[in-house]
Design a binder for this molecule. Structure first.
Ligand code: HEC
Ligand code: HEC
Length: 349
């Protein structure tokens, strides 16, 4: 005779089974991590389903966040494409390659390998490309450019990517060749080959792209496809001496806006400070390449020489080697605004 009060209810049994399964999964995951089973090497790829899932997750995450950044209405001007070409040449081609140009050897050893961006506009909207370039992609090797390119430069890169599918290797070389000398007069540089559009491979593109024909049509700043007879235009040397020096005083505000402390924490991460210093409240590796940056306000000196005031700290952060020629801390090209932001944070923590 079974005692009804001791019979296990089906609901309770299901919960017990679920708890046991969850417990086993947790033990399995802990063993997987703790025993070092996961292959972290860049030669070992993800499993194909994992790769596909990550790609899908990336796409959805970018599309959702890029919504807040519609492209400026005058995006596809000749000026922007020229400036974007300079930025691409200076900051992107080593990893992503370009028409007729291979990535640098180190980039080919990366996992995931940086994709060719020639057809990036097939997969991404303009605001997506802006968002990716500005924010980077975590755990992939794609850097964030927010602290290295200003907002105009970021959109110029997008305009350039828009023109890329129609660009021949010769056109690319002509474009970046004349974009090489920052701000200088370009006399003496031979005009590149003709820059007419390459029509046959472009059918099926999802939408209108910046016409490469408009590049170098002497002053035409019109919208995509509006100017330039294919095959006759040459790059305009005078206006192509573009700078893309990546000196960002303070990045344009993000949505949602960050607090001052959060901005400082982001500045420490984006300027490489966390590679050498543990900093209170800032996520980073467990490092002791440099001293832990806490309690600086109560100290007599910082770096053995500078004084622990906002001025003194900011001066050290901007140019430690000017204060102590033998310090191992490198001069990192930090702007005054960013240095003061970090100095105030350090004095308060
Ligand atoms: C250190 C190498 C590196 C540099 C430099 C770099 N990237 Fe990337 N980039 C990557 C990697 C790795 C990925 C992720 C793999 C992928 O999807 O291409 C990526 C992804 C991208 C993507 C998404 C591509 C796609 O189809 O999924 C875009 C767009 C992009 N990068 C733009 C740029 C731009 C613009 C620059 C220059 C301002 C740049 N990258 C510089 C490594 C780099
Ligand atoms: C390559 C490693 C490295 C990087 C990157 C680096 N530092 Fe340093 N930093 C050091 C070393 C080493 C010292 C000790 C220097 C000395 O005393 O000569 C130091 C000292 C300091 C000090 C003085 C600390 C004390 O206890 O006296 C401050 C403040 C500081 N760094 C801030 C920063 C900030 C902010 C950044 C990022 C903008 C940064 N550091 C990036 C290596 C680094």
């Amino acid at each position: 005779m079974s005692d009804p009060s001791r019979r296990v209810s089906p609901v309770k049994a299901a919960w017990t089974a679920l708890a046991v399964a969850a417990g086993m999964a947790a033990v399995g995951a802990a063993a997987f991590v703790g025993l070092g089973v996961y292959d972290v090497s860049a030669t070992g790829p993800h499993l194909q389903p994992v790769h596909s899932l990550l790609e899908f997750a990336l796409k959805r995450a970018v599309q959702r966040r890029a919504q807040a950044h519609p492209p400026p209405p005058d995006l596809l001007t000749r000026e922007r494409v020229m400036q974007g070409a300079a930025c691409f040449r200076d900051h992107c081609v080593t990893c992503h390659g370009a028409p007729g140009i291979a990535p640098a050897p180190f980039a080919l050893g990366m996992q995931p390998v940086p994709s060719s961006l020639i057809e990036a506009t097939r997969h991404w909207r303009r605001q997506d490309l802006y968002w990716i370039t500005r924010n980077g992609i975590k755990m992939s090797g794609m850097p964030a450019w927010e602290y290295r390119l200003d907002d105009g430069e970021l959109w110029s890169v997008v305009a350039f990517l828009d023109a890329l599918p129609l660009m021949t290797p010769d056109q690319y070389r002509a474009l970046v060749g004349t974009a090489q000398v920052p701000g200088a007069a370009q006399e003496g540089i031979a005009p590149g080959p003709s820059v007419g559009a390459r029509p046959s491979t472009t059918t099926g593109m999802p939408r209108q792209h910046a016409s490469i024909g408009m590049i170098g049509t002497g002053g035409a700043n019109g919208p995509a496809g509006g100017a330039g007879a294919p095959g006759t235009a040459t790059p305009d040397a005078r206006s192509s001496g573009r700078r893309c020096d990546g000196r960002v005083e303070a990045p344009a505000p993000l949505t949602p806006a960050l607090s001052t402390a959060e901005l400082a924490q982001r500045a420490f991460r984006q300027h490489g400070c966390t590679a050498c210093h543990a900093i209170p409240g800032v996520v980073g590796p467990d490092t002791s390449n440099g001293p832990r940056l806490s309690g600086l306000a109560g100290r007599d000196r910082i770096g053995g020489k500078a004084f622990p005031t906002e001025d003194g700290l900011a001066a050290w952060i901007r140019d430690p080697q000017a204060i102590d020629a033998h310090t191992a801390m490198p001069t990192l090209g930090i702007s005054e605004t960013q240095a003061r932001l970090m100095a105030r944070y350090l004095l308060a923590h």
